[in-house]
Design a protein around this ligand. Structure first.
Ligand code: NAP
Length: 271
């Protein structure tokens, strides 16, 4: 059983490319009143039925200004999709504290910041859905993208906890877990500035595996469909693994840890 999106005020972060763009487009086409964010709205390509607002999820003032301007026009935001994010590549030993902080500032504190700005309105109206775009690396390790994996693990723990706290107000928090998905994520990723020779060969190999994975990855429209399910299901699930993520999620739960460890190292061609 599904509920309708008709005219529901919906905020999607990071719609200038990739998965966010696809989510905004699909939700608007299915009747939601969609506001999509970009850090530079002028350079974001228009999306039919979507109003683009400026928002940098790492900046309190920018988040509050964007949320207030939407609420001023439509009343409380009913649906939020926290999609904005990027990946940091590099061995953990190569990643500086500052680079780790920046990664969390967008992928984790960004989610926290936008959610906290939107929640009071959801509580007051007694209805809301918050979908956080996690990743398979929210439940799997990601060698040479460890800080990215840590930020998504944080989003997982946050979302599961939030769902317990806000359910009595009619608000649900949901995770969508894509696997490799075609987008600009590789081009937008940041590399650790320190490059240690001891990691060079393996890092290069891993980067190639990830680049290939995204290039031949799932179509972002299947992620958008999972978001739609989470927003409209009468009783939403906590987690929606997507595409190749469905099999990985099952393997993680049912395959013995040692066997899983060996197969992951083989897949990533680790020495
Ligand atoms: N592609 C994959 O394989 C994959 C797999 C699993 C999960 N994901 C997740 O899916 C989400 C979307 O990524 P994508 O693959 O679509 O990558 P993408 O094409 O690079 O899009 C990332 C979006 O995030 C926005 N963004 C980045 N930093 C931001 C900030 N500080 N404030 C506001 N917006 C910001 C960008 O907008 P502007 O630069 O225009 O502001 C852009 O629209 C991310 O959370 C990512 O971790 C992706």
């Amino acid at each position: 059983m599904h509920t309708t999106l008709k005219n529901k005020t919906t905020l999607v972060t990071g719609v200038s490319s990739g998965i966010g763009r696809e989510i905004a487009q699909l939700l608007a086409a299915r009747g939601a009143r969609v506001f999509g964010t970009a850090r530079d709205p002028k350079s974001a390509k228009p999306i039919h039925g979507v109003e683009i607002v400026r928002m940098d999820v790492t900046d309190d003032a920018s988040v509050n200004e964007a949320v207030q301007s939407i609420v001023g026009r439509t009343g409380p935001i009913q649906h939020l999709v926290n999609n904005a994010g990027y990946a940091t590549s590099g061995a953990l030993e190569e990643t500086s504290i500052d680079e780790a902080r920046q990664q969390f500032e967008t992928n984790f504190f960004g989610v926290l910041r936008v959610t906290s700005a939107v929640l009071p309105g959801m509580r007051q109206t007694g209805h809301g859905r918050i979908v956080n775009i996690s990743s398979v690396v929210g439940f799997l390790p990601a060698p040479y993208m460890g800080m990215y994996a840590a930020s998504k693990h944080a989003v997982e723990g946050y979302t599961e906890t939030l769902d317990h706290e806000v359910r009595r107000f009619g608000v649900r928090a949901i995770l969508v877990q894509p696997a490799y998905t075609k987008s600009k994520i590789n081009g937008n990723s940041r590399s650790a500035k320190v490059a240690l020779e001891v990691y060079a060969t393996e890092r290069k190999r891993l980067n190639n595996v990830v680049e290939e994975g995204v290039e031949h990855g799932d179509d972002p429209c299947i992620v958008a469909e999972a978001v739609w399910k989470g927003l409209t299901a009468k009783s939403p699930l906590l987690r929606y693994p997507v595409g190749k993520g469905v099999a990985l999620s099952r393997l993680r739960r049912f395959v013995p840890a040692g066997m899983f460890d060996r197969s992951l190292r083989k897949q990533f061609q680790l020495d």
